[in-house]
Write a protein that binds this ligand. Structure first.
Ligand code: HEM
Length: 447
């Protein structure tokens, strides 16, 4: 029966409502509300009504069954200046035609072929690492995954400029952590926060244009995706506009490196806390590949590595929530959700739900048996989202995470710097607040 009253939810301030993303620890707040108010709860963020879904069936109803009733959420819309109408943010016909176009660069054959570059770039990076030194894995992994994605998708070697490009990440994250809490009008004021954000977007834009220019010069060598974008012709026979090329380039540069880098950081963190898992990984690696470099084709025999990465994405999902806005009045879980309301579904909250995961706070790669996986409801675990807007790079990311993890682990062990604290913060992605500082120990094998 359709209920016209609101779902239960936390009491809010008359003017501000209850704004979890404006709080110091939004993930704990959301988790507590989910445990208190059940499968669907309601809160207001300023003037925006928000319906939070906390059950796999309700999440499926939004991402799959009734997906046409929703558009992408406000968190992404706030970043329109950054992503424009790239694949992550576009809607309708434009999104569909771009998705079809880009899909070819993510076929399983293409992803397998990218494997060699993934391993080669990792081996090159490791040459610089020394026994006993301290490193921050957060920027290290970002640099590596950025170089890989620009090489394989755009055919450009950005090694010299990668670190300067990565400096744009902080103002963008800062804006997303703090600027999102601002009223829409305030995001356009020339405050230091907003100006730093705009500057970072301009730098990224120049970088994207540089890559596209290089690709145009040497079309035959352009990476898989850029060649497709440059060759594409619209219904009128025209090429993609410069603006659309810029939007896709920025989208893939950002979506294609940061999340995988974070997945690796969190996996190294969990392994530092659970040395038994690292030993098992190394034993499996030795049995499958011996001393030779890994290949993407090895992945199907690396079943423990797959479980470790799955478990890491469960506990620390780099995309900690997905959101939608209702484009029409819609029913969810028996409640009438009005057009314009936000709907939020959080991987962090769902992945730690004791109804679906035994001892949910524990790192237990063993839980991912075939039997467990087959009876788990589909949207109890959704690190890559789902439905038609499922992450286009999911198999790219899983291949890359496994190859990089094992290539690094066979050379080095990491222990957390004593006294350093690792706290997750939410800023588009789930990142360690003060980086991931580790002490590097070299294993005997020479690079
Ligand atoms: C562990 C790594 C990754 C995670 C956890 C992740 C997560 C996600 C999620 C949750 C979405 C859906 C967002 C929504 O429904 O609103 C998404 C979409 C997307 N991802 Fe990923 N992603 C990862 C890696 C990648 C990589 C490697 C690429 C590209 C090389 C990529 C490119 C994209 C794009 C373009 C979209 C938008 C797809 C569309 O709407 O058609 N992602 N990702």
């Amino acid at each position: 029966m359709l209920r016209y009253q609101l779902p239960p939810g936390p009491p809010g301030n008359f003017l501000l409502g209850s704004f979890p993303l404006g709080r110091r620890d939004p993930l704990s707040v959301l988790t507590e509300w989910a445990r208190t108010y059940g499968d669907i709860f309601f809160y207001r963020a300023f003037t925006t009504p928000v319906y939070f879904l906390n059950h796999p069936d309700l999440i499926a109803s939004v991402l799959v069954t009734n997906s046409r009733n929703f558009v992408k959420g406000r968190g992404l819309q706030v970043n329109e200046r950054l992503f424009g109408k790239g694949l992550l943010t576009s809607e309708g016909e434009l999104w569909l035609s771009q998705r079809r176009l880009c899909q070819a660069a993510f076929s399983s054959d293409c992803v397998k072929a990218y494997g060699a570059t993934m391993v080669e770039y990792t081996e090159k990076a490791l040459v610089q690492w020394r026994e006993g030194e301290e490193r921050d894995l957060d920027p290290e992994m970002r640099q590596l995954t950025l170089k890989i994605v620009t090489k394989v998708l755009f055919g450009a070697d950005v090694s010299p400029s990668a670190s300067s490009l990565l400096r744009t990440a902080r103002p963008i994250a800062e804006f997303n952590a703090r600027g999102r809490a601002l009223l829409p009008l305030m995001r356009y004021l020339p405050t230091p926060l907003n100006l730093r954000y705009r500057n970072a977007v301009r730098r990224l834009e120049r970088f994207a244009q540089f890559i596209i220019r290089e690709g145009r010069k040497n079309d035959t060598n352009a990476g898989g995706l850029l060649s497709l974008l440059l060759a594409s012709r619209g219904p009128d026979g025209g090429a993609l506009s410069a603006r659309q090329l810029r939007d896709e380039a920025i989208t893939f540069l950002l979506a294609g490196h940061e999340t995988t880098a974070l997945a690796l950081c969190w996996t190294f963190y969990l392994l530092a806390l659970n040395p038994f898992a690292e030993e098992k990984l190394l034993a499996e690696l030795k049995a499958v590949a011996g001393e030779r470099p890994l290949e993407a084709a090895d992945l199907q025999r690396l079943s423990y590595a797959e479980r470790v990465i799955r478990e890491s994405l469960r506990l620390y999902p780099p995309a900690f929530a997905v959101a939608r806005v209702a484009a029409v009045d819609t029913e969810i879980g028996g409640y009438q959700v009005p057009r314009g309301a936000s709907v939020v579904m959080s991987q962090w909250v769902m992945h730690r739900d004791p109804r679906f995961f035994d001892e949910p706070e524990q790192f237990k790669p063993e839980r991912w048996s075939e039997e467990f996986t087959s009876r788990l409801p589909k949207f109890a675990y959704f690190p890559f989202g789902g439905g038609s807007r499922l992450c286009i790079g999911s198999s790219f990311a899983l291949t890359e995470a496994t190859l990089l993890l094992l290539t690094i682990l066979r050379r080095f062990h990491f222990s957390l710097v004593p006294g350093s604290s690792v706290t997750p913060v939410t800023a588009i992605t789930l990142r360690p607040a003060s980086g991931m500082r580790v002490i590097v120990t070299r294993k005997c094998r020479e690079v």
